[in-house]
Structure formats: structure tokens, C-alpha cells
Write a protein that binds this ligand. Structure first.
Ligand code: IDP
Ligand code: MG
Length: 138
């Protein structure tokens, strides 16, 4: 069993597809063990994406991520990190495989609907960034 953090980004919440994203996770053997809505401050978004601080898209990305409510979730399952990444598809929807969330719903490389931790170390940082132990149920 493994845990990962996923986010339905502001574009996904605006498109009313929180349920669609969760359905794809659940259908693929993942269990939602933590779930809430939040409107991140710019600072919270900057802290979350600190690893990208020196990238040219950092300002725009953190502005986008704090532009409206997001759905934060902790998912649990066998190989959860890779499973979520596979269901998301490539960062740029133009390169995403057919049937992936980003291919089906994303408008751009920035507004790409969904986040998923990219490895065990990242998940170990990202889950407690948003959830305390009492907010995770499994
Ligand atoms: P990932 O979300 O597929 O792991 P990362 O490279 O970790 O992709 O980038 C984090 C987020 O930053 C992406 O999901 C996307 O929203 C945004 N992003 C990545 N590359 C670019 C870019 O070249 N231009 C604008 N935004 C980008
Ligand atoms: Mg990433």
C-alpha cells in the first residue's frame, strides 16, 4: 500500500469534473482516504511548488494555483503514485496519451486539471503539506 497526493486544480474545479477525476481513480483501485476543498494563498502555492522556484513558469503557475478553489485528496492503493501519474497523462496535454485525464480535459501545459506526486519523497512532503494525521482515514 502506498499513499499519494492529488489535486484537482482550479481549472478542473471550474469545469465541474472533481467527480470525474475521482471516479477514474476509484475505478482503478485507488481509495480516497483524505479529501477537502481549499483556496490556496499565493504563498501556500509557492511553498507547495518550491521545487520549481527557479523555473520561468513559477509566477504564472502559483498565480493559477491560487486563482480559485482546488480539491485536495490523499489516495491510497497498490502502486498509488505511478497509478495516478499514468491516469493523469503527460504534463502537456498535447503529449498526453488517449484516455488520460489531461488528454481528455486539459486546455494547456499550465491549466492541466490535475496534480499527482511524482515519487515517494515528493508524496512524503506533499501529503503533510495539506493534511494532518487526523484528516486521513484508512
Ligand atoms: P507535472 O504536474 O506533470 O508533475 P511538473 O513539471 O512537475 O509537471 O510541473 C508542475 C506544473 O507546472 C504542471 O503540472 C503545470 O501546471 C505547470 N507547468 C509545467 N511546465 C510548464 C510550462 O512549460 N509552462 C507553464 N506551466 C508549466
Ligand atoms: Mg510534478
Amino acid at each position: 500500500m502506498e499513499r499519494t497526493l492529488s489535486i484537482v486544480k482550479p481549472d478542473g474545479v471550474k469545469k465541474n469534473i472533481i467527480g470525474e477525476v475521482i471516479k477514474r481513480f476509484e475505478k482503478n483501485g485507488l481509495k480516497v482516504v483524505g479529501l477537502k476543498l481549499a483556496n490556496l494563498s499565493k504563498k501556500e502555492a509557492e511553498g507547495f511548488y518550491a521545487v520549481h522556484k527557479s523555473r520561468p513558469f513559477f509566477e504564472s503557475l502559483t498565480g493559477f494555483m491560487s486563482s480559485g478553489p482546488v480539491a485536495l485528496m490523499v489516495l491510497s492503493g497498490d502502486n498509488a503514485i505511478k497509478k495516478v501519474r499514468d491516469l493523469m497523462g503527460a504534463t502537456d496535454p498535447k503529449n498526453a496519451a488517449p484516455g488520460t485525464i489531461r488528454k481528455d480535459f486539459a486546455d494547456s501545459i499550465e491549466a492541466n486539471i490535475v496534480h499527482g506526486s511524482d515519487g515517494p519523497d515528493t508524496a512524503a512532503f506533499e501529503i503533510p503539506y495539506f493534511f494532518n494525521a487526523l484528516e486521513i482515514f484508512e
